[in-house]
Design a protein. Structure first.
Length: 174
């Protein structure tokens, strides 16, 4: 640590420092230049975060599509038909599910900053799926028969998203 007239400087953060005084006794004008290593570190951290969220969002979207449009589509359609409704599967519905997927991916990323892989998985699964099932069950649009497949599938989905976030953008100690 360097000290000059009560100012403390940490050399690890300073690439170059020159100090001048009014009487001209010092060498040059004051300059504080942040090391380029620190700047590239923060830029790559943002890039890693964006990549983690994008890839997690794609993973979640693909899992949702496979589960609901291939594996469980007959149960969804039958349940909606029993209510006199048509299961919403137009392109605009798919786009909204992708929005939901990226929102969940951002949530998984945020949770992964503070919690372990398994804690992140559990919190993401509860906030992204269990709460949604409670709401759509309350609205009578949840085919409960889908849950034996949907529950473990969605847990693996949350685990994959948490893994992607933690692997691509590891949490740093604050």
């Amino acid at each position: 640590m360097t000290q000059c007239r009560g100012v403390k400087l940490r050399p690890a953060c300073v690439e170059r420092l020159t100090i001048s005084c009014c009487s001209g006794h010092c060498l040059t004008s004051p300059k504080l230049v942040v090391s380029s290593g620190m700047m590239s570190s923060s830029k790559s951290g943002l890039g890693r975060a964006v990549l983690a969220i994008v890839l997690s969002g794609i993973w979640i979207g693909l899992c949702e599509f496979a589960r609901n449009q291939f594996l469980l589509i007959s149960q969804w359609r039958g349940h909606y038909q029993g209510m006199g409704l048509v299961f919403p599967s137009r392109p605009v519905n798919g786009m909204m599910w992708m929005v939901w997927s990226f929102l969940l991916a951002g949530t998984v990323y945020a949770i992964s900053r503070r919690f372990s892989l398994w804690q992140t998985t559990f919190l993401a699964w509860v906030t992204g799926f269990v709460m949604m099932w409670v709401v759509i069950w309350n609205l009578l649009v949840l085919p409960v028969a889908t849950l034996p497949i949907a529950a473990p599938w969605s847990f693996v989905e949350a685990l994959g998203a948490a893994f992607i976030c933690r692997k691509l953008a590891p949490a740093t100690a604050s």
